[in-house]
Design a protein around this ligand. Structure first.
Ligand code: FAD
Ligand code: GLY
Length: 380
């Protein structure tokens, strides 16, 4: 490896978002020597922008491996958030009051009616609600809402605090966090990982985990922007002096209003694919204002606090890539969690920990996310 080595680790995680920090936390708990290398600050990518909805059912309405993955991950949050509070003192503000998925159009209503049986099959506590039943649960909802579904087991948390807690938890268990440390190359010899070249020098390791989200195609030469690409999302935060909501409100068009601590309401989100631009736009904000006002007219009187954007890591087939690279032994991949990286992070941490430790995860859905499906030597 030529250059002098800064330090050697059992495992190096590239990327300090929720996925990298979750895997690092699981490995550090097992006393692995682990480092997280982040080009900006911990949780400065998509994980900072996220609304924090644990929307296994609100977001995923088709049966299959992704729904199984999501449901199994959602189950882990209560214990994980409690554990992180004890280990780090950071409260990730988990709220388990459920999601109301509501339609404001006839098309939206038809879609919800079609999907209802799938929801119910996976979770008998799911209920169909008429407009008046919805308004009994949330009296500020607009009367133009045509009906909806109660998803009582979908929760939400503060994604930024949760990611920070995972990072600090990693440090509590002896892991190292490097910020402003850009990884330019994974060093390989005879098909095996040997280390990484970074803006802070060369680190040695036989295992790296690539958790670089929307930026993955910039690091891995065989991953093109066709396979993983950014989908920009814009959000805003409002504050109301009156109590407005208890449940998260989610529409079939994937707009949402999430009630946060202290009377704050997070409104999201737009979707603009194939751009690394992170500006907040007038058009994006207008859409969110219109949608928020349509769902809850009272929000016109709320105070606008702030707005922001983030880049969701989307993949060519919409599923994340989890597994060892077919090209390089010791190069593990965990990217492409698109709209659900916060939700999927808990199970991703456990699955990747086991794989890195040499144990094939027993969860039957895991193989569906294998990188082999994309890199079947057809040339990225
Ligand atoms: P990121 O958080 O983007 O982390 C990747 C990190 O890698 C970045 O910090 C980046 O700086 C770093 N990096 C990249 N290249 C390098 C390099 N070469 N060297 C060093 N570091 C590098 N998900 C949910 O589950 N629920 C939600 O409610 C939700 N809401 C969302 C709302 C918005 C507006 C957006 C944008 C996303 C939302 N998501 C949500 C999706 C979720 O945020 C992502 O799926 C998740 O954050 C992806 O995590 P990650 O760690 O893969 O990526
Ligand atoms: N999961 C919410 C979003 O991606 O906007």
């Amino acid at each position: 490896m030529g250059a002098s080595i800064v330090k050697e680790y059992d495992v190096i995680i590239i990327g300090g978002g929720v996925i990298g920090c979750s895997i690092a936390y699981e490995l550090a708990k097992q006393h692995k020597q682990v480092a997280v290398l982040e080009q900006g600050e911990i949780s400065s990518g998509a994980s900072r922008a996220a609304a924090g909805i644990l929307g296994a059912q609100a977001e995923i309405d088709e049966e299959g491996p992704l729904l199984q993955f999501a449901l199994s991950s959602r189950e882990l949050f209560k214990n994980r958030v409690n554990e992180l509070r004890e280990v780090t003192g950071i409260d990730a503000e988990l709220i388990e009051k459920g999601v109301l998925k509501v339609a404001t159009t006839e098309d939206g209503l038809e879609e919800l009616k079609r999907k209802f049986s799938t929801y119910k099959k996976w979770d008998p506590s799911v209920e169909w609600l008429t407009t008046s039943e919805l308004k009994k649960r949330e009296k500020m909802l607009s009367s133009i809402i045509k009906g909806g579904i109660s998803l009582p087991n979908d929760g939400q948390l503060n994604a930024f605090k949760y990611t920070k807690a995972l990072a600090y938890g990693t440090a509590v268990y002896g892991g190292d966090l490097y910020e402003h440390c850009h990884v330019s190359q994974i060093i390989e010899e005879n098909g095996c990982v040997k280390g990484v070249t970074t803006s802070q020098g060369t680190f040695a390791t036989s295992s790296v985990v690539v958790t670089t989200g929307a930026w993955t195609s910039k690091l891995l030469p065989y991953v093109t922007e066709k396979k993983v690409y950014p989908v920009k999302g814009e959000c805003m935060l409002l504050k109301s002096n009156k109590p407005i909501l208890k449940h998260t409100i989610y529409t079939p068009e994937a707009f949402y209003i999430v009630p946060k601590a202290g009377g704050k309401l997070l409104v999201g989100a737009t979707r603009t694919p194939h751009t690394f631009d992170r500006d907040v736009t007038f058009g994006g904000m207008s859409k969110l204002f219109e949608k928020a006002k349509e769902l809850i007219p009272e929000l016109s009187h709320s105070v606008f606090l702030k707005s922001w954007t983030g880049l969701r890591p989307q993949t060519d087939d919409g599923w994340p890539y989890l597994g060892e690279s077919p090209y390089m032994k010791g190069c593990f991949l965990a990217y492409g969690h698109y709209r659900n990286g916060i939700l999927l992070s808990a199970k991703t941490g456990e699955l990747m920990r086991d794989l890195i430790n040499g144990t094939q995860p027993k969860e039957h859905f895991f193989n569906a996310f294998s990188p082999e499906r994309a890199y079947s030597l057809k040339g990225g």
